[in-house]
Design a protein around this ligand. Structure first.
Ligand SMILES: [Zn+2]
Length: 122
């Protein structure tokens, strides 16, 4: 169980500028593949902005409406945000962010939960 505890203290930052983006507890799944390989699907990341409007794209898992996302500090593209998934078994992605693992660096987690993540658990 100590491994799980250590995992839950992990956080991830932008690999280009070290801006904190999310904590391991915000990760929904790590099995998705982005453009550059393994990716995290994340709820409630911080310091991330949209760099495009909504666009409809076809992925191996069906049609999705997405927006490109970027680091708010250095404007580096990080992945995309799922606005809408058309396939029923992909609906869990809606409102979540796909962030390329290759673009991140692991950092020590901050101890205070964000207000947003607190609200999410209500
Ligand atoms: Zn950055």
């Amino acid at each position: 169980m100590s491994d799980v505890q250590a995992q839950s203290d992990m956080a991830f930052a932008c690999g280009a500028c070290d801006t904190p983006l999310f904590q391991s507890k915000d990760i929904i799944t790590t099995i998705l593949s982005g453009a550059m390989g393994k990716s995290f699907l994340v709820r409630n990341p911080t310091n991330i902005g949209f760099s495009s409007g909504e666009k409809q794209i076809r992925l191996t898992t069906g049609m999705h409406v997405t927006r490109d996302i970027e680091c708010l500090t250095c404007r580096k593209p990080l992945g995309w945000y799922y606005v809408k998934a058309f396939e029923t078994d992909q609906k869990f992605k809606e409102g979540a962010y796909l962030i390329e693992k290759a673009l991140l660096v692991p950092v020590k987690a901050q101890t205070q939960p964000s207000v947003f993540s607190f609200l999410w658990k209500q």
